[in-house]
Write a protein of this length. Structure first.
Length: 118
């Protein structure tokens, strides 16, 4: 099964930027629609955004539209999340995920912590 590993999390001041990466274990990565989710303490997991396998289309959650950008490089098997104008409410563990066909199920990474200070 494809394995995913996130990196790039950390502590940033409000208004700053951060870029997360997610690397896939093998070239099957290129066949998956990929997504980012996040989960803040005491809250349910929230959809951040997604990108089709070929990178032709993206979608975003309302809370991040206009601030976050998803991209991917299938040659390097890497998914990115560029986060700009960060807010304290963006503090969460961020997970990348590979969507398994149309099942609604995902393969998950282990997550990376993002903390935004005010």
């Amino acid at each position: 099964q494809l394995q995913l590993e996130e990196s790039g999390g950390g502590l940033v001041q409000a208004g700053g930027s951060l870029r997360l990466s997610c690397t896939g274990s093998d070239r099957r990565f290129g066949a998956y629609t990929m997504a980012w989710f996040r989960q803040a303490p005491g809250k349910e997991r929230e959809f951040v955004g997604s990108i089709l396998a070929g990178g032709s289309r993206t979608a975003y959650g309302d809370s991040v539209k206009g601030r976050f950008t998803i991209s991917r490089n299938n040659v390097s098997k890497t998914l990115y999340l560029q986060m700009n104008d960060l807010k304290p409410d963006d503090t969460a563990v961020y997970y990348c995920a590979a969507r398994i066909g149309n099942t609604g199920s995902y393969i998950w990474g282990q997550g990376t912590q993002v903390t935004i200070s005010s």
